[in-house]
Design a binder for this molecule. Structure first.
Ligand SMILES: [Zn+2]
Length: 132
């Protein structure tokens, strides 16, 4: 085979090494499709890590489920906060920037995650002994 296609690339842990070996050393054409960000627009898996390996990168969009404009992001219809929640249009919807920012689910999920990080970081703070 001369061409290797990888879909749902965000779920592959060995993406960088595999693509590097297949393209650079084995001479394969590698076509990778996957999400670059999760529903909170954080990096998702190692998709962004392989951008420097690529000959070209095309960012595809969908149509906003609310207004029909170009949808750059994904919003959740539920309040689940785990990063990997494998589901379809019953849980996710493509949205434009305005409808992403206005989404109450995104706002609440971001608040919950920030709160949990604050608690974790507070728990790791130890007093620094003062030197005289
Ligand atoms: Zn919209």
């Amino acid at each position: 085979m001369d061409v290797i296609g990888i879909d749902e690339a965000q779920f592959f842990d060995d993406l960088y090494d595999f693509c590097c070996k297949a393209a650079d050393h084995d001479g394969k054409t590698v076509v990778v499709a996957g999400l670059d960000g999760d529903y909170l627009r954080r990096r998702f898996g190692s998709v962004l890590d392989i951008v420097p390996l690529a000959d070209s990168v095309t960012k595809l969009t969908a149509r906003c489920e609310i207004c029909g404009k170009r949808a750059f992001f994904t919003s959740r219809k539920t309040e689940d906060t785990e990063t990997e929640l494998v589901a379809g249009s019953d849980v996710y919807k493509p949205v434009c920037r305005q409808h992403y920012v206005d989404s109450p689910v995104v706002i609440e999920a971001a608040r919950v995650i920030l709160e949990s990080r604050k608690v974790q970081s507070d728990a790791h703070v130890e007093p620094i002994p003062l030197a005289c």
